[in-house]
Design a protein around this ligand. Sequence first.
Ligand code: KIV
Ligand code: ZN
Length: 391
Amino acid sequence: MSNTKIEIFDTTLRDGEQVPGCKLDTKQKVIIAEQLDISGVDIIEAGFPVSSPGDFKSVEAIAKKVKNATVCGLTRAVENDIKIAAEALKHAKKPRIHTGIGTSDSHIKFKFNSNREQIIKRVFQAVSYAKKFVEDVEFYAEDAGRTDNHYLARVCETAIKAGATVLNIPDTTGYCLPSEYGAKIKYLMEHVKGIEKAILSCHCHNDLGLATANSIQGVINGARQIECTINGIGERAGNTALEEVVMVLKQHQGLNLETNINAEMLYGLSQLVSESMGIYTQPNKAIVGANAFAHSSGIHQDGVIKNRETYEIINPEDIGLKGSQIVLTARSGRAALAYRAKNIGYELTKLQLDTIYARFLTFADERKEINDSDIHQIIEASSIYQQIISA
Ligand code: KIV
Ligand code: ZN
């Protein structure tokens, strides 16, 4: 059975850049967009052009530079936003306008002081207006995660009738359980008239730490696009992490779903975004965190030294790293010490290892981590040093 392609829609430069203190200038955004394009991202959401002259300029510059990916600009369901987005995107080889409106009862009542029928009218007007400028129009039903499924299906039908090519179903508040979000996508696939004319997109936030799980449930249930950011950055607790969904689909071949992303670029992209935005990536971050391929307890180290697959489900080289790390701490065993000593030129016998291991533990109890120069020091100060250098 051949795999089904899942489109990767990267919103690092729009939803990701909404993180306080992470603002990028146009030059930095263009560099990131070019790397995303090379990595195989299908759609790059370059910004929200009406939001500021600087964002307009960035979207325009990215539209001119990107060679393969579709370049997308966000708008509200407001004519002026749409007109300005179209202007910013006019040089794009493949432009997309991403327009939409809140559809949950809470958004309809408190944000718009409106009602469901008026919102349906605005959906039709916004998508039809966007279609005057570009063929590719994505509609988002903001807070779809908390929108009644029956009403959401009507909203989707309206957007399709007006010409939407993609229907974005955001779990804006990160509220849904994976089973609930998957069931929502399934419901829409089964109940929206004309659904074959558009694809469904997952846009999940991470308020409960479920963004990746929800996006995966979405594509298992028929969605064909995932919206995500590098390192999972984004509003509040962030968005679905691009590197996570790409690797979930790559490691679980049985799902028969695949992306176009060159996974070997994932680590580099993570570093680029983290450094450009000045936002530190937590060490235990899945796939790209500093500890994602680091082993520090004796039991794990012994296993990994014997065979990497005992404790690693991903080959670090597949995401662009040189290899795994054996970190020496007071929890490390003899196998790890022998391995690290060998890496810096000491081939130790069992007896020699026993001799220095006790000293190693005393050292390690005083420090967080033992580095290569500490290993030299431990060996040089020991009675085995003469034996080693004269061997
Ligand atoms: O989270 C969300 O609902 C959004 C939309 C604007 C697409 O970011
Ligand atoms: Zn969002």
